[in-house]
Design a protein around this ligand. Structure first.
Ligand SMILES: NC(=O)c1ccc[n+]([C@@H]2O[C@H](COP(=O)([O-])OP(=O)(O)OC[C@H]3O[C@@H](n4cnc5c(N)ncnc54)[C@H](OP(=O)(O)O)[C@@H]3O)[C@@H](O)[C@H]2O)c1
Length: 254
């Protein structure tokens, strides 16, 4: 198989949650694979330093400070990418996460709403707006960063499982709707990946040891280890793949 199949040369990508962690790694990998990249998150300073790094790959990078819980901001993020970079062929809905755990019976309704807004509503808004831009353009690939918690129920994280599982199933449905519109829609379900999101878990030795015991490979994944799946789903290598969930979890759900 030729590596040309995995090239993103000539494509324009938009990555949310690109200021750190998995999103930052995906934005850098897509630039290295030849894409021009728009990067979105709330931390403008971190996006600016990422843009400098992407420009060293010789690619264009547009910084679009965005809160993905705001539909108008998502519309503006997509519009600016199309106008200022010249189109949109790859959208990675990566912004998300949760900083708290709670059994469902103790969960405050505000906690449920907050996690839904960030992990499910934002994916609806960005997928709807991004898909329209792709239909109006040359087609494209939408990639949702789900989670193994959206594949299997995660104790203490029922709200996060509901949001990530909901976004993943919405993705499968919309993949069918868009299958003849040159827009593919897929999910990546990472397992435990060492990022700022879970630094508190890794710093607590018993918790870290327990988590590693649930992963057949016996270690946390890195953000860079999610990028191969993203490049595959963004590129022509996956031209007949839509509605799929690619699990990247060191064997955790096997
Ligand atoms: N790490 C894991 O083990 C793991 C496992 C499975 C799935 N995931 C998923 O992978 C994705 C990335 O996680 P990560 O571990 O890289 O998390 P992270 O290090 O906490 O990064 C989260 C990113 O999302 C952005 N973000 C958060 N709220 C936002 C908002 N309202 N608007 C715009 N951007 C926002 C953050 O930027 P700002 O703060 O600058 O806005 C940051 O760039 C998430 O969807 C997460 O649920 C992670």
């Amino acid at each position: 198989m030729s590596t040309e199949l995995f090239s993103l040369s000539g494509k324009i990508a938009l990555v949310t949650g690109a200021s750190r962690g998995i999103g930052r790694a995906i934005a850098l990998a897509m630039a290295a694979a030849g894409a021009d990249v728009a990067v979105a998150a709330r931390s403008e300073g971190d996006l600016e330093s990422l843009a400098t790094e992407i420009q060293t790959h010789g690619r264009r990078c547009l910084v679009v400070p965005t809160d993905v819980t705001d539909r108008a901001a998502i519309q503006s993020m997509v519009d600016r990418t199309v106008v200022e970079l010249g189109g949109l062929q790859i959208l990675v809905n990566n912004a998300g996460g949760t900083k708290f755990v709670s059994p469902l019976v103790a969960l405050r309704p505000e906690g449920w709403d907050k996690v839904m807004a960030l992990n499910l509503d934002s994916v609806f808004h960005a997928t709807q707006i991004g898909a329209q831009a792709m239909i109006d353009g040359d087609g494209g690939s939408i990639i949702q960063i789900s989670s193994v918690a959206g594949v299997q129920g995660a104790e203490g994280l029922s709200f996060y499982s509901a949001a990530k599982g909901g976004a993943r199933l919405m993705t499968q449905a919309v993949a069918k709707e868009l299958a003849q519109s040159r827009v593919r829609v897929n999910s990546i379900a990472p397992g435990w990946v060492a990022t700022d999101l879970n630094s508190n878990l890794r710093e607590d030795e018993p918790t870290d040891k327990y988590i590693r015991s649930t992963i057949p490979m016996g270690r946390w994944g890195t953000s860079e280890e999610i990028t191969g799946a993203a490049i595959f789903l963004a590129s022509d290598a996956s031209s007949f793949v839509t509605g799929a969930t690619l699990v990247v979890d060191g064997g955790q759900t096997a």
